[in-house]
Design a protein around this ligand. Structure first.
Ligand code: ADP
Ligand code: 5GP
Length: 201
């Protein structure tokens, strides 16, 4: 028995990181795959916790060595998911969340087929997304404009996802996400904590 592979995507600034942080305080047996990226760290981000921050040369070597399940160029930087890290967690019967963009999601679906499910989180409106990106105060006005522009393109993939969540309030969105995880565990004979069920003989 292995854990579930869970793809989560959202236009930048939707609140995906905020919802995931809340989820991880509320549910056991789930972990997060720390991606590699060539993006520069934000002030609040820590290496190996938020991302493995790497230079372009190292990233390209990892690509050539086939070390990623998927990788993509997103908003002008490279991002990729390490095969080794994901398999190590799945083998421990942990559910693994991949916080990846729509291009990465397509690659994982193709590689994993039915062995994964995907969730798309959307903001309640484009105005609210812009407000959140500005309020986060981590990106330049140019980067914010690029992310807003890319959001419209990313939305075109929404129908490819198994579930959609509107992030109106963090509490409600985290509740829906937690419910989806628990329901998906039940398909694989696991309890709400993600442990194998012990059934009566
Ligand atoms: P993402 O990871 O999707 O890019 P973040 O989690 O960094 O987005 O959230 C972007 C900003 O929006 C943050 O400042 C966060 O505090 C805020 N935010 C997230 N969810 C909500 C919400 N439901 N209502 C209001 N603000 C939110
Ligand atoms: P940010 O720079 O805001 O942390 O992330 C920007 C975008 O890159 C988000 O849509 C996020 O989901 C995506 N992303 C983060 N890690 C990966 C990854 O490993 N692969 C892919 N394809 N996208 C990623």
């Amino acid at each position: 028995m292995r854990g579930n592979l869970i793809i989560i995507s959202a236009p930048s600034g939707t609140g995906k990181t905020t919802i995931l942080k809340k989820l991880f305080t509320q549910i056991q047996g789930v972990t997060f795959s720390v991606s590699h990226t060539t993006r520069k760290p934000r002030a609040s981000e820590k290496n190996s916790i938020d991302y493995h921050f790497t230079d372009k040369e190292t990233f390209e070597l990892m690509c050539a060595g086939n070390e990623f399940i998927e990788w993509a160029e997103v908003h002008g930087n490279y991002y990729g998911t390490s095969k080794q890290e994901v398999n190590r967690h799945l083998d421990q019967v942990l559910d693994v969340v991949l916080d990846i963009d729509v291009q990465g999601a397509r690659q994982v679906r193709e590689a994993a087929g039915k062995d994964c499910f995907s969730i798309f989180i959307v903001p309640p409106s484009w105005e609210e997304q812009e407000k959140r990106l500005i309020g986060r105060d981590t990106d330049s006005p140019e980067t914010i404009q690029l992310r807003l522009k890319n959001a419209r393109q990313e939305m075109k993939d929404a129908d490819l996802y198994d579930f959609m969540i509107v992030n109106d309030t963090v509490d409600e969105a985290a509740d829906v996400l937690r419910s989806i995880l628990i329901a998906e565990r039940s398909r694989k004979h696991r309890n709400s904590k993600g442990k194998p069920l012990s059934l009566p003989e």
